[in-house]
Design a protein around this ligand. Structure first.
Ligand code: SAM
Length: 344
């Protein structure tokens, strides 16, 4: 893997056009992904350090809902209008709909989404919808119950029930996310496309990223390009130029019927050019780039009596720290680099 060094431009000014947050490269940052917990009911080896070695943050380090609400309010004043709740598993956080309601009520937030493994979704879908959640992305790596159990340590059926529930209450559009893993699920792409099509959902296949995780990246990484060579996939997807937008996913149309299939290629086709994201970790870290470890902490600012101007200043400085390109450092060996910590 060729990796050019991360470049920071700390002396440049963030362009503050009409109070909007921009980084040193002119990218507008209007999307905040918020991890509300670094705990999860699942035990996926591709997401957390090996052998359950991940040490979750002490509960006292985790941001309270009121703290998250305040941060989002300040961010909205800087032009952040899109928020995604993630984790860990957001639904292991008690009373999550209360947080959704707080964020939904903030002026300027026009898109409020969540990423979940859906195990507890059937129980909470209606409350989330009523609280103001617009839509949901659900992780689904396999449709085979035994594989699912082996990969996640959990049962598949509650997840399928959760997907149905999301559809039933209108958390739409539903997107399904599948991390592709050689020797684990790369033979299931066609089956998963058929499942999503039948559900009226859009499926997106994601290349495995080398974060700090219990799964050997070299052994299990498979590129989207390889997947698109499969006959059973080409029978379903019109392979050609992919549509692009300002999201991480690229899309190809289905061959039969309406709809499309998404591909997220952090390894083979970096999408940094259009990146509009900042990430807030459950313990208050404000990360400007998924694989970059350098970040500032908002919890310290809040709990140290910081003003809204102080919070704003952290956002501005964080924007300036955003590298032009995200570089995956294969030698990283820190728990705080795992997806369960950063929030996928
Ligand atoms: N628990 C929720 C879920 O399962 O969707 C939200 C958190 S999870 C960290 C968010 C996303 O990160 C999921 O779609 C998951 O598949 C993805 N993810 C985790 N580790 C990954 C890795 N090493 N490479 C690519 N995607 C990963």
């Amino acid at each position: 893997m060729n990796a050019s060094p991360i470049r920071f431009y700390p002396k440049q000014q963030a362009l503050n056009l009409a109070n909007e947050l921009h980084d040193s490269f002119g990218r507008r940052l209007n999307y905040l992904r918020i991890s509300v917990t670094d705990r999860c009911n699942m035990r996926c080896d591709y997401c957390r350090p090996a052998a359950d070695a991940y040490r979750a943050e002490p509960r006292s380090h985790i941001l309270q809902f009121e703290e998250i609400e305040r941060i989002v309010r300040v961010a909205a004043g800087l032009g952040v209008n899109k928020v995604r709740i993630t984790g860990g598993e957001p639904l292991v956080r008690k009373d999550l709909p209360d947080l959704i309601a707080k964020i939904a009520a903030i002026d300027g937030i026009i898109d409020l989404a969540m990423t979940s493994n859906a195990t507890y979704l059937a129980k909470h879908a209606q409350a989330l919808k009523d609280a103001g959640l617009h839509r949901i992305n659900i992780s689904l790596d396999t449709l085979h119950p035994l594989r699912f159990q082996k990969l996640t340590g959990s049962d598949l059926q509650p997840v399928l029930d959760g997907i149905q529930a999301a559809k039933g209450v209108g958390l739409l559009p539903i997107k399904l996310n599948t991390v592709l893993m050689k020797g684990i699920n790369e033979d299931e792409v066609a089956e998963l496309i058929d499942f999503a099509t039948a559900m009226g959902a859009t499926i997106r296949f994601i290349e495995l990223m080398p974060m700090k995780q219990g799964m050997d990246w070299d052994k299990h990484y498979v590129s989207i390009e390889d997947v698109l060579r499969r006959d059973d996939v080409r029978a379903r997807v019109e392979v050609g130029d992919m549509t692009t937008g300002n999201t991480a996913a690229r899309y190809l149309p289905l061959k039969h019927g309406k709809g499309e299939v998404g591909f997220i290629m952090p390894m083979s086709d970096r999408f940094c050019e259009g990146c509009n994201r900042l990430r807030l970790t459950a313990d208050g870290g404000l990360r400007s780039c998924l694989p970059a470890d350098k970040h500032m902490n908002l919890r310290d600012v809040l709990r140290g009596g910081g003003t809204d101007d102080d919070i704003r200043s952290v956002f501005m400085r964080s924007a300036l720290m955003k590298p032009e390109i995200g570089i995956y450092d294969f030698s990283a060996d820190v728990d705080k680099r795992s997806m369960i910590h950063v929030g996928g």
